[in-house]
Design a protein around this ligand. Structure first.
Ligand SMILES: [Zn+2]
Length: 282
């Protein structure tokens, strides 16, 4: 059982405000983890003058460090968090200018994917808090644009959204159809146990690795990914699940007979390789 490679599909690293890439990767590895999919942190959490490009380059650098200096295999995901738009609007930026900035950031994200420095565009999407109708329209346009970029780059998208059930999953699935990108290339980050096809409408759910969510998910199948959404922010300890959670939870469930080794392999290796079209070589 120790030989099954274990993957956290959404774990952040912060070399400035947190413990940083090497420390976190080693913790993850000691707990039994093998692969980390790492989205860049929002610009304002890096520092106040951080640009989109800088936050993306930072995660690419961190991923390289992990691959060079630890036994963990890491992959970068680059994008512009929906709250980036809200923050610019709040600070008084014109909505058209803010939308253009977001679009340019996503274009840069696609470039990094095409250069093989990242494996997906994300996290992108719409806020988990209420926004004006006008702002929501912009977020939806940005989602469509990100899907178009991902379609061209043949890569997936990591979607950050409000709490999503079958209704929201269907909405995003229909957006994907409009663009012409396969539905399963849209990963719903921070998902509940929406594992049945009638719940996720063909999108790929990345389940938050709490006991209950994973237990519920496993009752329905194995067509999902697992994540912590760890923040690596020393000022917000315990705000999310810790970096060891995915490997620990998986091993615990295998021991308890809740999860078979075959299903664990499907979730942590097959689903990751198929979704991102990467070879884990683990
Ligand atoms: Zn995140």
């Amino acid at each position: 059982m120790d030989t099954i490679p274990l993957t956290d599909n959404h774990i952040h690293i912060d070399p400035i405000n947190g413990e940083g890439p090497i420390e976190i990767a080693n913790k993850f590895h000691r707990a039994g983890g093998s692969c980390m999919i790492i989205p860049n942190k929002p610009t304002w959490t890096v520092n106040n003058d951080c640009s989109f490009q800088e936050s993306m380059e930072l995660v690419v650098e961190n991923v390289n460090e992990i691959n060079k200096s630890t036994l963990v295999k890491a992959f970068a995901v680059v994008g512009a968090h929906p709250a980036e738009l809200s923050r610019r609007l709040k600070s008084g930026m014109d909505i058209k200018k803010a939308e253009l900035l977001m679009r340019n950031a996503l274009k840069n994200a696609q470039k990094l994917v095409l250069e093989d420095k990242a494996v997906a565009i994300g996290e992108i999407g719409r806020p988990h808090y209420d926004v004006s109708v006008e702002e929501l329209k912009v977020h939806n346009r940005i989602i469509i644009y990100a899907m178009e970029l991902a379609k061209d780059a043949k890569c997936p998208i990591q979607l950050h959204t409000e709490t999503a059930g079958p209704k929201q999953f269907l909405e995003f699935a229909e957006m994907a159809d409009t663009v012409g990108i396969p539905r399963n290339r849209i990963i719903k980050h921070f998902s509940g146990p929406c594992v049945l096809e009638e719940e996720n409408h063909g999108l790929t759910p990345s389940l938050i690795a709490t006991k209950n969510v994973i237990k519920e998910g496993l009752k329905k199948g194995n067509n999902f990914l697992m994540e912590t959404d760890y923040l690596d922010d020393k000022t917000r300890p315990g705000a999310v699940l810790g970096p060891k959670t995915v490997p620990r939870r998986t091993k615990e469930f295998i021991r308890q007979g809740i999860l078979s080794k075959e299903d664990a392999y499907k979730i942590h290796v097959d689903n990751i390789e198929n979704t991102y079209r990467i070879d884990l070589n683990l």
